[in-house]
Design a protein around this ligand. Structure first.
Ligand SMILES: [Fe+2]
Ligand SMILES: [Fe+2]
Length: 279
């Protein structure tokens, strides 16, 4: 077990930078999309199940914490050009997600301008803080959170397509999910570099983060419990989905055995929508 907090490893930086350049080149070539031109806004369905619109609002709320996500992580990864440049591009992509989801809530008639203004005011009453105190814990957290976010959006799209559906929402959620998957992939490759460099230290961070994972921000909102319950009720995301479709696939893709994830100490806490894994 390492005693001092992990620091950014300079010798990994050239590889990290190459990962960023590949990520960026791919994004420019294959993933750019326009909120204005690429979503069939005239096909919004005003009669969509209100439970779907409630969850769109919750995901929009999570995306609206963007100023906290970017401003808190950048000082932590400041010495890494690969990661700081990544976050600059990432912030642009994440900003589109809240804009697109907010536009859908208005154009579909699910929310009014006043309701959206209320939501934004609520967001600024509380500040999100980094859930882990070191750069490597945050790298692992980002890898897991992006995979979980991809899954949340994909499952919401599939739920939304049941019944009479909404082509605008489907298209929007497809674009957003592809972005989240690309974010996950970048962070996963970064974690791979750290695993090769320091397996014991990286596994320690993986245990801390992955055995007690919670999605960001939602649980801290005044109505967070209700929002999380809605997500579970529609079977979009819960502990079992996390274990089956996030936790195990990540371990498999990194070549980490479940035995290596056994906690040395019992888990101290579980967030409201936290996931404690029995190891
Ligand atoms: Fe996003
Ligand atoms: Fe993302």
């Amino acid at each position: 077990m390492t005693d001092s907090p992990p620091t950014i490893v300079a010798e990994l930086e050239p590889a990290m930078w190459r990962l960023y350049r590949d990520f960026f080149d791919q994004a420019e070539k294959k993933r750019r999309w326009s909120i204005r031109d690429d979503i069939p806004w005239d096909q919004c369905n005003p009669n969509i199940n209100p439970a779907i619109a409630d969850i769109v609002e919750s995901f929009c709320a999570v995306e609206l914490y963007l100023p906290d996500y970017t401003s808190k992580i950048l000082p932590v990864v400041r010495p890494s050009k690969g990661r700081t440049w990544f976050y600059a591009n990432w912030g642009y992509e994440e900003s589109k997600h809240s804009l697109a989801l907010g536009d859908w809530l208005l154009k579909s008639g699910a929310r009014t301008d006043e309701q959206m203004a209320d939501l934004e005011a609520k967001i600024f009453q509380w500040e999100w803080n980094l859930p882990h105190d070191n750069h490597l814990g945050m790298l692992v957290y980002a890898m897991v959170q992006e995979a979980a976010t991809w899954l949340n959006y994909r499952n919401l799209r599939l739920k939304g397509e049941e019944g009479n559906g909404d082509p605008a929402l489907s298209k929007l959620l497809t674009y957003v999910a592809v972005d989240e998957r690309a974010h996950h992939s970048f962070f996963r490759q970064c974690v791979e570099l750290y695993l090769k460099h320091d397996r014991a230290g990286t596994l320690e961070q993986m245990r801390r983060v992955m055995n007690d994972f919670a999605m960001p921000a939602l649980h801290a909102m005044a109505d967070g419990r209700l929002r999380i319950a809605r997500i579970k009720n529609l079977e979009i995301f819960d502990e079992n989905i996390y274990y089956r479709e996030v936790y195990l696939p990540i371990l498999a893709s990194l070549g980490v055995d479940r035995k290596e994830m056994r906690n040395r100490l019992p888990s101290r806490k579980t967030g409201v929508n936290g996931v404690a894994i029995e190891t």
